[in-house]
Design a protein around this ligand. Structure first.
Ligand SMILES: C[S@@+](CC[C@H](N)C(=O)[O-])C[C@H]1O[C@@H](n2cnc3c(N)ncnc32)[C@H](O)[C@@H]1O
Length: 513
């Protein structure tokens, strides 16, 4: 290991600007390794590093927990960062490495399959994870090839064994012989099916590529946007912050380098790393929340209503409490109260924590099945948010492993629950009150089809101009996210990561007659 190859040395490529936007791209816009001509360490493999670099070890442990324990990467990673006492720069490196390797798994596995002399399923899963980490460093990060190779081999030696270390060394040398653009061109040269091509190049399961294509078409957009949508799923999302109205201030975040959000008031974009360093975030008055979710909560609170003075609001599917916290703060300002319902006990506890900064007289958390509430409290609420359990196909960029976990059957299985929850929400709404049906999936089976079914079955609900209401709640005022729904005078709203920089949230606002 030469002096520049130390885990913390600049030769390791952690120059502090490892973010997506700073990576070098080729003419086709694909990321390339910065190394140019490949350089390898002159040291013989057996003499190279045997110690695992803590940042790479943290990333490796995240991949192992995801594969072995079905863990969520975003929950495991912070614990590993703490355990290995990574400083800010190394924490950023571990995050980019773990998330990037998980997101890119589809493409990397296809490349690795050409470099390993046996089917990947027959490899020890730990070796496969080390290879994925090596492939991501070699093909998509600003890590010099020799450092990526030495350090990944060192990791494999230290945590798996000497034999696996040699295998990792041999395979990653083959991987490093070409850059990502050359590899993907090779992988797809005989592939004529555009879905299969897109799946390989953009590392998504084929069924999700198909589902997102249907989603674009179903919401009146062009299939030509598919590539941009898939690419947006692979970009690390910037952390969005919201200052709870009347409670929080973004001053501290702005002083720490956050930029004011352009889509929604009292929001900011924070690229400064661990938000837990901000006292306002620790106090719960400033929260991490996607701008699309912020907009939806604000739109629900802002729809003009006749008839009530002290309004009652209901969040029927509230866990973990992102929208409930914003709704609670908005309710406090307008003299309303909020009931936040969630059936899973541990998630109901998260809702309580999310609401902790809001006056406790304003809100209550109920632990129970939302399908019961329409019957238990008929016509009991002025505003009802029903943010149903869904496939999450609109939030894949936030959950790096989610695309590999979801199954095509999830779409069909969730349909009946989504319909029952929307019915219960409608029952719980008073005449003249509003219901917001919301998903973080753009798939027509979970969005427009559910709303169209409801409007066919029930004559006591009308679709509002949801797009105009969302526009009014947003800063630019013209999101162009609306879609006219046949047979109604109203519109639904579909936000997109590649167009609006938000999760692909759907919203339909309905008024009970
Ligand atoms: C998409 S999440 C809601 C996100 C939340 N509104 C937020 O902004 O943080 C859906 C929630 O619905 C809950 N859920 C599942 N089955 C439910 C049911 N039968 N009744 C009410 N909620 C349910 C899930 O546990 C999950 O917490």
């Amino acid at each position: 290991m030469n002096g520049q190859d130390t885990p913390h040395g600049r030769g390791d490529g952690r120059g502090g600007r490892g973010g997506q936007s700073h990576r070098r791209r080729n003419e086709a816009g694909r990321e390339r390794n910065r190394g140019g001509v490949r350089q390898y360490s002159q040291t013989a493999p057996s003499q190279r590093t045997r110690a695992a670099d803590p940042a790479r070890l943290a990333a490796f442990e995240v991949l192992r927990a995801v594969e072995r324990d079905d863990a969520y990467a975003n929950l495991v990673l912070p614990a590993r960062i703490r355990q290995h006492r990574l400083d800010r720069r190394d924490a950023g490196f571990a995050t980019e490495l773990a998330y990037g390797a998980l997101r890119g798994q589809g493409t990397y596995d296809a490349i690795l399959a050409r470099c390993v002399d046996r089917p990947l399923e027959r490899l020890d899963p730990a070796i496969l994870d080390a290879l994925r980490l090596g492939a991501h460093q070699l093909l998509a990060m600003r890590v010099p090839a020799h450092a990526a190779l030495d350090q990944t081999v060192g990791l494999a030696r230290a945590v798996i064994g000497a034999g696996p270390g040699s295998l990792v060394n041999a395979v990653l040398r083959r991987v490093s012989a070409k850059d990502l653009a050359t590899w993907t061109a090779e992988l797809t040269e005989t592939e004529t099916d555009p879905v299969k091509r897109a799946a390989l190049v953009h590392s998504h399961p084929e069924w999700i590529v198909r589902a997102l294509r249907q989603s674009l078409v179903g919401h009146g957009r062009s299939v030509d946007e598919l590539e941009a949508l898939l690419e947006a799923d692979n970009a690390a999302p910037v952390v969005n912050l919201v200052a709870l109205p009347g409670l929080g201030s973004l001053d501290e975040a702005i002083d720490a380098g956050a930029e004011p959000g352009e889509l929604v008031e009292d929001s900011a974009l924070y690229a400064g790393g661990d938000v837990g360093r901000l006292a306002s975030v620790r106090a719960g008055t400033v929260r991490v929340q996607d701008a699309g979710s912020q907009l939806i909560a604000r739109a629900v609170a802002a729809v003009p209503l006749d008839g009530s003075t002290a309004e009652r609001w209901l969040d029927l599917c509230a866990g973990p409490g992102g929208k409930a916290a914003l709704l609670g703060a908005l309710a406090a300002r307008s003299g309303a109260t909020l009931l936040a319902n969630e059936p899973a006990g541990h998630r109901a506890e998260l809702v309580r924590k999310a609401l902790a900064a809001v006056d406790p007289a304003v809100w209550e958390v109920r632990t129970g099945d939302g399908r019961e509430l329409g019957r238990l409290e008929p016509a009991g609420f002025d505003r009802v948010l029903v943010d149903v359990p869904c496939t999450g196909l609109g939030a894949l960029r936030r959950r790096p492993e989610a695309r590999w976990r979801r199954q095509p059957s999830d779409l069909a299985q969730l349909g009946p629950l989504q319909r029952e929850l929307l019915d219960s929400a409608a029952e719980a709404t008073r005449p003249g009150g509003i219901v917001a049906y919301v998903t973080c999936s753009p798939h027509p089976a979970e969005t427009t089809a559910v709303v169209a079914d409801l409007l066919r079955r029930r004559r006591d609900l009308e679709l509002l101009d949801s797009a105009a209401i969302l526009d009014a709640a947003s800063l630019p005022g013209r999101l162009q996210a609306g879609q006219a729904e046949p047979g109604t005078d109203g519109t639904t709203v579909q936000l997109w990561p590649h167009l609006h920089g938000t999760d692909a949230m759907f919203m339909a606002l309905l008024r009970r007659k």
